[in-house]
Unconditional design. Structure first.
Length: 551
């Protein structure tokens, strides 16, 4: 039996933030439970090696979806970090706050106090940005953010092509204006992946008030009636109980957080009954509202010998690794996503609904070349899917993965938006800036022209962008599908919160690491009973002609 003031389940982005913030008051003792192990070693810490940890059972929970009926019944992989730092230790290190209107939408959906004005001060508090827009970015926080050096000419060519196609250039998509073509930002510092573990958890472990227990599989939340009093976890074959003097906080991911609530008897009655779990508290939204970003890799052959495909050989990789190990520099010190874009798919859409990750190579996410020779690609897909799925435990065994069903592309609007992604991308790559480089279209391929042909390509080739969220939705206590209130407290329960990407009412515009870190920052103040940081009065840029023009 162990006693702590706070018990955190999960050491990922939000969990690591809270470990630091809750323990800054040295009166508080914090237990962090993590099923994975250490993040030491070059496969995680070397930014360029990002494809390795995500594909390793050692660091990844290895979840996959049920057969997706609208994607030719394919099962899509759903990686989640099983290691110190959680998914921030295996992700692509791309840093995107999200659009201001995302957070205003959260507020409008019942998450009062989470508008852009409310969350902007927390983004600033956590950031230490190199080269960001003055007045809009933080420069003294623990999360280092930088831009790539853009030495490859393809990065700038992509930005120039976007401007030639009629889109704006944004000097900082995380600042005043997201819409447009821009240099990308990454969570890299001194040549290292700057995960939540490096930024928050490891400094917190030095104050003597945080205990990190790795290898711990949390089995259930311990309850007295509807009050959380601790957790039960398994460690090395032994069952251990840890008691919380103040609160239990679940930060175990969009997949594991609702599963743990359900294993503890909190959730939809039918789901619990089918799994053989006695119900403690009916909460219909637990595990529902699952959604994600879906994307395709739009690939072209490169006419000039400048792509990274020529650096994929064993000798080149060895030289890149040696330079990184010796000096922390070179191609090993970047995630290779160094230019990007956020655009609107049509007139009448207020803010961007399409994102581009540009990569000066044509390859799969596992790092393998897509074809022989030089090439490049963009990852592109719609930002605000209307399709919804669920996460549901299958039985009462904590070691059995839950059933994951995204129901990708189940809403007709998703198809219309995805077709726009393909057609608008082709227009961009036909601009003069790309003419020295843009060769044959490998995929989707020149034959994919009609709606039906493009749809067939999407069904066979669309992949998750690994941004699942929404399964412990934050909202008003009057919302029947809300799981947590605007202070992240589980509705109808005491001393129990969920704080991670699962509480997002709607997915944000872009990658999810940055907003999840922000959630951890803001929730920490709620947990500690602090006064919220004063709201910002800064107004973001919205295209003045959005009602009548696509760009």
């Amino acid at each position: 039996m162990e006693n702590f003031d706070f018990i955190l389940v999960g050491s990922g982005s939000a969990g690591s933030v809270m470990a630091k913030r809750l323990s800054e008051d040295l009166k508080n003792s914090v237990l962090v439970l993590e099923f994975g192990g250490t993040d030491r070693g070059p496969l995680i810490q070397m930014p360029s090696a990002l494809s390795y940890p995500m594909s390793m059972k050692l660091y990844n929970w290895g979840f996959e979806s049920e057969p997706e009926p609208n994607l030719n019944n394919r099962k899509l992989v759903t990686p989640r970090g099983k290691v110190m730092g959680g998914s921030s230790s295996i992700n692509g290190m791309v840093y995107v706050r999200g659009h201001a209107r995302d957070f205003d939408t959260w507020r409008d959906m019942g998450a009062s106090g989470w508008s852009y004005a409310d969350v902007l001060p927390y983004f600033k508090r956590m950031e230490n940005v190199e080269g960001g827009e003055k007045g809009w970015r933080g420069t003294e926080g623990p999360m280092f953010v930088k831009r790539g050096r853009m030495k490859n000419p393809l990065y700038q060519a992509f930005i120039d092509a976007g401007v030639q196609a009629g889109y704006p250039h944004s000097i900082d998509y995380n600042g005043y204006q997201q819409e447009g073509f821009s240099a990308f930002e990454m969570t890299v510092h001194d040549g290292l992946r700057w995960s939540a573990a490096n930024a928050y958890l490891k400094p917190a472990l030095k104050n003597g008030k945080v205990k990190l227990q790795t290898g711990a599989r949390v089995r259930k939340i311990l309850l007295e009636g509807k009050k959380a009093i601790g957790v039960e976890y398994e460690l090395g074959g032994k069952i251990i109980k840890a008691m919380a003097n103040r609160e239990v906080i679940i930060a175990a991911s969009t997949i594991n957080s609702p599963a743990l609530l359900q294993l503890s008897g909190i959730g939809p009655g039918k789901v619990l009954a089918e799994a053989g779990v006695p119900q403690v508290h009916e909460l219909a939204g637990v595990g529902e509202n699952l959604h994600d970003h879906l994307e395709v890799y739009f690939q072209l052959r490169c006419l000039a010998p400048v792509s990274l495909n020529r650096d994929l050989g064993l000798f080149s990789k060895a030289m890149i690794g040696a330079q990184w190990l010796l000096f922390g520099t070179g191609l090993g010190a970047t995630n290779h996503f160094e230019s990007c874009a956020f655009i609107r798919s049509k007139a009448g859409i207020e803010y961007p609904d399409i994102q581009y990750h540009f990569l000066p190579a044509a390859m799969r996410y596992d790092g393998k070349a897509a074809f022989d020779g030089d090439g490049f690609q963009v990852h592109t897909g719609p930002m605000r899917t209307k399709s919804r799925g669920f996460v549901r435990i299958q039985n009462n065994d904590p070691a059995v993965a839950p059933k994951i069903q995204f129901n990708y592309m189940s809403h007709p609007d998703d198809w219309e938006e995805f077709r726009s992604c393909i057609r608008l991308t082709r227009e961009i790559f036909k601009q003069d800036a790309m003419k020295p480089y843009a060769g044959e279209e490998i995929q989707p391929g020149a034959a994919a022209v009609t709606d039906e042909q493009i749809d067939a390509f999407i069904r066979e080739h669309a992949e998750s962008a690994y941004h699942p969220c929404g399964t412990s939705k934050m909202g008003s206590v009057k919302d029947k599908l809300a799981v947590v209130d605007p202070e992240c407290r589980v509705i109808g329960m005491e001393r129990l919160r969920v704080v991670d990407s699962s509480i997002m009412p709607q997915v944000t515009n872009g990658n999810l690491n940055a907003p999840t870190l922000m959630i951890g920052e803001k929730a920490s103040d709620h947990i500690l009973g602090k006064r919220m940081l004063p709201p910002s009065n800064q107004e973001p840029w919205i295209n003045p002609d959005w009602k009548t023009r696509q760009k």
